[in-house]
Ligand binder design. Structure first.
Ligand SMILES: *[C@@H]1O[C@H](CO)[C@@H](O)[C@H](O)[C@H]1NC(C)=O
Ligand SMILES: *[C@@H]1O[C@H](CO)[C@@H](O)[C@H](O)[C@H]1NC(C)=O
Ligand SMILES: *[C@@H]1O[C@H](CO)[C@@H](O)[C@H](O)[C@H]1NC(C)=O
Ligand SMILES: *[C@@H]1O[C@H](CO)[C@@H](O)[C@H](O)[C@H]1NC(C)=O
Length: 528
């Protein structure tokens, strides 16, 4: 058997060994052989190749080595394996890592190359990558290849992997306005994102219900707009911690401050920012979207987004722009007068005026932006490098038609419409999310190249830290694999086997991931 090739299709039939390896998301090219090597936890180390651009002191990799050593072997010491009656296998006591560039103190970006190769054979145990971010992806794969026999011995099979992501933007959105999510919950989510090779945390920070972001230029925003200005806010220290924790896992933080709609929580802190709604000829006491008719609105936005641009290092900010309700604008005589002066006949023109002004402000801060699809649908003039996020399922058109229209117009697109994890249904609903083909629209290769990826969204109306983890995992994994793996990785039976196994691996790692079907995990209680 030693050295014989086991192709993917053969794996389907093979019964999984006790805590056997089953990689999620599936690599682009992988060969696993039936020959295997023993790993000795007490001696095992990760080591930099002498020719690697990164060397000890590279915090991204030093920290990753520490994390993966713990994930693989825990912190305890291990007895010498007992081979009585077993075939003797060759031991491996190190994984050697080599990277071509050492951006150990930088941030990952949309352009970061995450390619890696992993070679485990008689001669070597080697991980090579262009960047440290690619090395992180390879370390995750390595950790999923290690398995443990019933006797407690660790093994890794002879393996050859050449891997890279299909899409460069693989995101997960968390909503911290409908419900406040404690810092530890966000950090925990970043960990599991890295197990899934997600690389963008889309932080939908604020919305109508609450404003938890503590602004140093406008502290009244949280004082008056958060659920609790002491306990339910993200201080600048918290935000820095999230950004660094994410960076160490190769995850970008794209912050969203959605305007002009979804802004009720901004109102109390910034009097005059929101549009007063009228009932007949008098203000009704309620407020609508940001008031686009006042210069003071743009003065505020300039100052606010100057702060945001410096706090969040990623090149991209998410500026929202979705679901603007025109009822309040319609009711307000000052807005009507402003529109008349500007010659606007349609409220979409007013919305466009606001968003265009905002986009110009943010462009001046050398930031790129992501917006929700309405900004494109309403024909706002946007910079050619704008990224449009598609979220609406059927209205005004099917989401695949929308992808077609956006890319036809030359804009980059992100897909989210079929990936709303907050929607739950009885049964294995991950399957529909898994089956989505992001490039399943009519278009040229150039248009397809404009699809940079997608995002799983977890809106927070019915989700807080009590149910977030089980609702996210392993369902979000379906989307992670669709965005990472090849378009040929579509076999449902193969996906089901590996996702079940991955869910068990998440449990082993202490993540309360929900089951995807009937069954049990062999090693569930083993490490407690
Ligand atoms: C790894 O090697 C073991 C021992 O030869 C074999 O039983 C198992 O099927 C191999 N695993 C994979 C995924 O090929
Ligand atoms: C990464 O892999 C992709 C797919 O094989 C390839 O097109 C690209 O050139 C690779 N990038 C680098 C820098 O090796
Ligand atoms: C608002 O700014 C515009 C352009 O700078 C200017 O023309 C206009 O007079 C200002 N309006 C008020 C009320 O200050
Ligand atoms: C997968 O992508 C390749 C190009 O990368 C394309 O030629 C092929 O048609 C696609 N296959 C499917 C099933 O979509």
């Amino acid at each position: 058997m030693a050295g014989s090739r086991l192709w993917v299709s053969l794996l389907l039939g093979a019964s999984l060994t006790f805590w056997a390896s089953a990689v999620w998301p599936w690599p682009q090219y992988i060969q696993i052989y039936s020959q295997c090597y023993t790993l000795y936890p007490n001696n095992f180390q990760f080591r930099y190749h002498v020719s690697s651009a990164a060397q000890p002191g590279c915090v991204v990799l030093d920290e990753a080595f520490r994390r993966y050593r713990n994930l693989l072997f825990g912190t305890g010491s291990w007895p010498r394996p007992n081979f009585a009656g077993k075939q003797q296998t060759e031991g491996k006591n190190m994984l050697v890592i080599t990277v071509m560039t050492a951006e150990c103190n930088e941030f990952p970006s949309l352009e970061s190359v995450e390619n890696y190769t992993l070679t485990i054979n008689d001669d070597q145990c080697l991980l090579t990558a262009v960047t440290v971010w690619g090395a992180l992806r390879g370390l995750e794969t390595f950790s999923q290849l290690v398995w443990k026999s019933a006797e407690g011995t660790f093994f890794i099979n002879k393996t050859k992997i050449k891997d890279f992501p299909r899409f460069p933007h693989r995101g997960l959105l968390l909503d911290t306005s409908r419900h406040y999510l404690p810092l530890s919950t966000i950090l925990g989510t970043l960990d599991v994102m890295s197990y899934n090779k997600f690389n963008v945390f889309h932080w939908h920070m604020v919305d109508d219900p609450s404003f938890p972001y503590e602004s140093f230029t406008f502290p009244e925003l949280t004082r008056k707009g958060s659920y609790n200005p002491v306990t339910h806010i993200y201080t600048s220290q918290d935000v820095r911690e999230v950004i660094e924790y994410a960076r160490l896992r190769g995850i970008r933080v794209v912050a969203e401050f959605d305007t002009p709609g979804h802004t009720l929580s901004w109102g109390p802190g910034i009097p005059g920012l929101l549009t007063p709604c009228y009932s007949g000829s008098l203000p009704s006491g309620t407020f609508g979207p940001v008031n686009p008719s006042l210069n003071s609105t743009y003065d505020f936005m300039s100052t606010f987004f100057l702060e945001i641009s410096s706090v969040f290092p990623d090149f991209y900010l998410h500026l929202g722009g979705d679901e603007v309700d025109f009822t309040c604008w319609k009711s307000n005589p000052n807005i009507q007068a402003f529109m008349k002066k500007k010659g606007f006949t349609d409220f979409k023109q007013l919305e466009s005026f606001y968003i265009q002004t905002l986009l110009d402000i943010v462009s001046d801060y050398d930031k790129g932006y992501v917006v929700w699809q309405e900004v494109f649908d309403n024909k706002v003039k946007i910079r050619p490098d704008t990224i449009i996020q598609v979220w609406r399922e059927e209205i005004p058109v099917d989401y695949m038609k929308e992808m077609e229209q956006i890319t036809k117009a030359g804009f980059r697109a992100l897909l989210s419409a079929p990936w709303y994890l907050n929607r739950i249904a009885y049964g294995p609903d991950w399957k529909d999310m898994y089956k989505v083909e992001p490039l399943g629209f009519h278009g040229t290769p150039e248009m397809r190249n404009l699809v940079i990826g997608g995002e799983a969204c977890m809106w927070g109306e019915y989700v807080d830290s009590t149910n977030l983890v089980s609702r996210l995992w392993p369902r979000a994994g379906a989307i992670a694999e669709r965005l990472w793996s090849s378009n040929q990785t579509t076999d449902m039976e193969f996906a089901y086997k590996r996702l079940s196994h991955f869910r068990c691996e998440l449990l082993r790692r202490g993540i309360q991931a929900q089951p995807i079907s009937v069954g049990y995990c062999e090693q569930e209680f083993e490490h407690t």
